[in-house]
Design a protein around this ligand. Structure first.
Ligand SMILES: [Zn+2]
Ligand SMILES: [Zn+2]
Length: 553
């Protein structure tokens, strides 16, 4: 009997983001990706959400390394948080590590890791793990799929991918190698990206965007062009730069992340532009509008990004006006639509013309759609199939595609964050759970927790009522108060009567409690909260946060 292999999902199943899973073999743990997720609108004040690291912390000594499939934040953006607690090397392509590195460096944690660059097609041992890196096309250069050659056969992790036959850099998803894995010995288990499984057909090739951009640049000749896309989408930035240079424009970058990524990509030879075509953003006014193109960050409408500042008229370097055309070469990630809309409104109010994916084909997704997934499944022909990366509906759609392509329906498992699977001679079975809740990050505080978030939600939606009363415990009587201070419940000047009545209700409750012999402040606070809450709810049908303060005199 061959040794079993276990797989634990710490994030990315049932949500878009915080992709993170762990493979366990011979008692050692190998992480595949460690990403972050952007918060929902109801996660008040939360900057980002991470995988739950509890289980990794408890098994810190068993962690061998992390393999990063590509450099997007939802795959590598959690590493600098995990490295605060654990030390481990990180394996990935040069671009992946280039993107991951800066956050780790900023956090001062480079000393806790070793960045090991791997090449396309390379196969190496990492502890007991036999890992092969297979090139795939995605919306960031040099993304990889990972094939683990285990005692239980090949486990293939698709990474994020699309099947683009004409990618900008010519580096295609290596279908031939995937086919070879399928024919020599077969793929025992496939874990595949589900993000676009509900989208019919085939995603457009990235290079089709170039032609659209060239046409837009021609149509807007004489005007200043400002573009925004993901700062890590080097191929998109390349196509923008090419269209700009071809139409006689100089290129300036706006926003630190574009600037850094362009520099890194030029050093690695995955982005090319002549020095003479690049200008600094400070020199932008030295050139006529029709001879410049600005490449900016902020395509997701992030409130503090360069583009959002531009839309609010707060950008240090330039003001948007009637002579500008702004091209949003991107698509809003679910949850960001409102922010993007606000940015578009701001730009239009400033007089600019705005081109976005709703009005022109200025964006192509980096994730495989249904037909691409079918092609992939038909080549890989896995024995077992677990859809990953996506909301539950996306994983269900991907599971259906698996069935359609001939995977036995009993061998397709729908999993959730926290599930642990064991692959052994018998097959693949769920064997347990590990903690996989959300880790909320606010500022530099590691985990603000569910309780804080619940409080913030109540404060945001219902407001707060503070009730202060001081009592003479020995004499058993109220000395001063109750006094009620409120924010966000009712507009105080118009609600004086209501507040007076609330005070009476609380006062009666405190006096009753004192008569009944309650003397401890906690007990009295409980009675104050109950009385105030009951009054507020009965009279206003609202449930603000009630904060009782009982002072002993
Ligand atoms: Zn992803
Ligand atoms: Zn990605």
């Amino acid at each position: 009997m061959a040794d079993p292999v276990r797989i634990a999902f710490l994030g990315g199943l049932g949500e878009i983001g915080r992709n993170c899973m762990v493979i366990e073999q011979e008692d050692r743990l190998l992480l595949i990706d460690c990403g972050l997720m952007f918060p929902d609108a109801d996660m008040h004040g939360i900057d980002l959400v991470l995988p739950d690291f509890t289980w990794l912390r408890e098994n810190a000594r068993r962690v061998e390394a992390c393999v990063a499939t590509h450099g997007h934040e939802d795959h590598v953006g959690g590493l600098h948080f995990l490295l605060r607690e654990l030390e481990f090397p990180i394996y990935g392509s040069a671009v992946t590590l280039g993107l991951a590195r800066s956050r780790i460096e900023e956090a001062g944690l480079l000393g806790r890791t070793r960045l090991v660059t791997v090449k396309d097609g390379e196969r190496l041992r990492i502890g007991p793990f036999d890992v092969e890196f297979i090139p795939v096309t995605h919306s960031v250069p040099h993304a990889m799929a990972v094939a683990l050659h285990t005692p239980q056969g090949v486990i293939l992790h698709s990474g994020d991918f699309k099947i683009d036959l004409t990618p900008v850099d010519g580096r295609r998803t290596d279908l031939a190698r995937l086919g070879a894995l399928a024919s020599d010995g077969g793929v025992r288990l496939l874990l595949a990206d589900s993000t676009n499984a509900e989208e019919r057909g085939h995603s457009p090739t990235e290079s089709s965007i170039g032609a659209v951009l060239r046409q837009l640049f021609a149509d807007h000749a004489g005007r200043r062009i400002i573009t925004a896309s993901f700062a890590s989408h080097i191929h998109r930035i390349q196509q923008i730069a090419d269209a700009a240079v071809a139409s006689g424009r100089k290129v300036a970058t706006l926003g630190l992340s574009v600037k850094k990524n362009v520099r890194m990509a030029r050093e690695l030879g995955v982005f090319s532009i002549a020095d003479s075509s690049l200008i600094d953003i400070e020199q932008i006014d030295d050139h006529p509008p029709g001879e410049v193109c600005v490449i900016s960050t902020g395509s997701q409408g992030e409130p503090m990004s360069a583009l959002a500042l531009l839309a609010r008229g707060d950008n240090r370097w330039l003001k948007v006006g009637e002579h500008d055309t702004v091209i949003l070469s991107s698509h809003a990630i679910p949850g960001n639509e409102m922010n993007v809309s606000r940015v578009i409104d701001g730009l239009l109010k400033a007089g600019a013309e705005v081109v976005h994916s709703g009005v022109a084909d200025v964006h192509a997704s980096g994730h495989a759609q249904a037909d691409e997934l079918k092609t992939y499944l038909s080549i890989v022909q896995p024995e077992w199939f677990v859809p990953i990366h996506g909301e539950f509906r996306h994983m269900v759609a991907n599971a259906k595609l698996g069935q359609l392509m001939g995977v036995d329906r009993r061998k397709i498992l729908l999993c959730e964050d926290g599930d642990v699977l064991e692959l052994n001679d018998e097959g693949l079975t769920p064997t347990g759970r590990v903690p996989a809740g959300y880790l909320y990050v606010d500022g530099i505080v590691g985990d603000v927790g569910q309780g804080v978030l619940r409080d913030r939600r109540v404060l945001a939606e219902e407001g707060v009522v503070v009730v202060v009363v001081s009592v003479d415990v020995e004499a058993g009587k109220v000395l001063t108060g109750p006094e009620i201070i409120t924010r966000g419940w009712v507009y105080a000047p118009e609600a004086e009567d209501l507040l007076d009545e609330a005070c009476e209700a609380v006062s009666a409750a405190v006096e009753k409690a004192l008569r009944e012999g309650v003397r401890d402040p906690e007990g009295l606070e409980r009675d104050v909260r109950r009385a105030a809450g009951k009054f507020v709810n009965e009279r206003t049908k609202r449930r603000p946060m009630i904060v009782p303060v009982v002072m002993e005199a």
